[in-house]
Design a binder for this molecule. Structure first.
Ligand code: SF4
Length: 441
């Protein structure tokens, strides 16, 4: 099975923007958003999408008619630049511009203008549940009302392109969207429990493809591990997932340009599986002609898989038509902390992996390795001191490649105070440093 047999988009998709009014609804289909994921402090939409506006809300839908964004337009909405977003995993999150914490805005500690507030337990440093906010809750009711209205309204007098779009939406009720997310998880063999922090660069809009299950270490602190022992998937399984994913994403696949090779340590799956999976997915998913430019590949790796990987793998990855970001869990450079969190690694291995990360970032234009370290008030003081020592002595920081992510422990009781510790580390680091927010798909 190869990409020619699993034909993807083989030409630039065509779009025709149409608008009309249907009772008090202003409907526009196939609106063009930005073709590049850029960071901005105001609502930006990416790729092609459709919109329905009422006097109170703006609803955005993807090309399959799935509800994707809701933004309030009335004075009760917390902030005109904030919105609700639904993921392919059927989770809602609220994108807030936030408040100033420790005299710093979200951009300073998260690297983005927005902080996604999640509706499931995570390691967020700023706890805020939109489902309990009386200003946001009516948006969900408004979506139900809009759905009911579209369902019961005759569409005979509107242009056929808009009629088709409305009929797509009314096929996507709550139960259907839920079943859809279950199907996605069934294709890849389970929910993605955590996305790499670097996927923030594409607003977490990735197509997941699992090429290996389990992980090498079963660290005590980890809230995302599967418990399985490490096992790469077979090539047939990976190719079958690609075929099913192409069918699953339907027409909306043209809005994707990013692939996540899962699960927790895809880097250890070996050169052939990694590179074949990425190249096949690129062709089958039609990334060359996608609405979004600059294809991106995201991979998690462990210390062991990074140290084992030879130059051949990195040279091949560097030649793929992606900009590839590999995120490695280093966790700590303090021996006692590593022992306390049950990470069966020596400090020397962490140092070696860190040096290899810097070397890869210097040598390969299309590759970037980033690293995660822990942040927690229960960690030993030597954890922070040794980390600062490591980051302040980076010999040739480019200032651009190789971000450091600090991941708050999920059960830290004083999450707000962790920011002090984070800024202490960030101030001394010669590499860019950000907080890691665990998000699932
Ligand atoms: S931190 Fe990484 S290696 Fe450790 S248990 Fe979690 S997923 Fe596995």
């Amino acid at each position: 099975m190869n990409s020619s047999k699993l034909a993807g988009l083989n030409k630039v998709p065509e779009h025709k923007t149409l608008s009309c009014r249907l009772n008090n609804l202003a409907i526009t289909v196939e609106k063009e958003g930005s073709s590049h994921f850029t960071k901005a402090g105001y609502p930006r939409r990416f790729g092609f999408y459709s919109e329905i506006r009422t006097s109170e809300y703006e609803f955005h839908f993807n090309l399959n008619g799935d509800i994707k964004f809701i933004r309030g337009l009335n004075i009760n909405w917390p902030h005109p630049s904030e919105w609700l977003k639904r993921t392919d995993g059927n989770d809602w999150g609220y994108y807030t511009v936030g408040s100033v914490l420790n005299h710093k805005g979200i951009l300073d500690w998260f690297g983005e203008y927005y902080l996604p507030c999640l509706t499931y337990p995570s390691n967020s440093i700023w706890e805020y549940n939109p489902y309990t906010d009386a200003k946001i809750l009516p948006a969900f009711a408004a979506w139900s009302q809009l759905y009911a209205k579209l369902y019961s309204t005759g569409c005979d007098d509107i242009p056929s392109g808009i009629r088709d779009f409305v009929s797509l939406i009314i096929q996507k009720d709550e139960n259907t969207l839920h079943a859809q997310s279950k199907k996605l998880h069934a294709i890849i063999g389970g929910r993605v429990s955590v996305l790499p922090p670097d996927t923030r660069h594409v607003d977490y809009e990735v197509i997941p493809l699992n090429i290996a299950d389990g992980c090498l270490y079963h660290c005590k602190f980890c809230c995302v591990k599967s418990g399985e022992s490490y096992q790469p998937r077979s090539m047939d399984n990976v190719l079958s997932q690609i075929k099913q994913l192409k069918a699953f994403y339907g027409r909306n696949i043209e809005n994707y340009n990013a692939l996540f090779l899962g699960n927790h340590d895809a880097l250890g799956a070996g050169e052939e599986l990694i590179c074949t999976a990425a190249a096949e997915a690129f062709g089958v998913f039609g990334f060359e002609y996608a609405n979004m430019k600059k294809p991106m590949l995201f991979i998690f790796g462990s210390v062991g898989s990074l140290l084992k990987a030879g130059n051949g793998l990195f040279e091949k990855l560097n030649r793929l038509p992606f900009y590839t970001l590999i995120n490695i869990g280093l966790e700590s450079v303090d021996a006692h902390t590593l022992a306390a969190i049950n990470k069966p690694l020596k400090v020397s291995a962490i140092h070696e992996a860190f040096i290899k990360m810097l070397q890869i970032n210097r040598e390969y234009d299309n590759l970037e390795v980033t690293a995660n370290f822990l942040l927690g008030d229960r960690l030993l003081p030597d954890h922070t001191l040794s980390l600062i020592e490591l980051l302040k002595n980076v010999p040739d920081a480019s200032g651009k490649k190789g971000a450091i992510y600090l991941s708050p422990l999920i059960d830290s009781p004083k999450k707000g105070e962790l920011l002090n510790s984070f800024f202490e580390i960030k101030k001394m680091s010669r590499l860019p440093a950000y907080i890691y927010l665990i998000q699932r798909l």
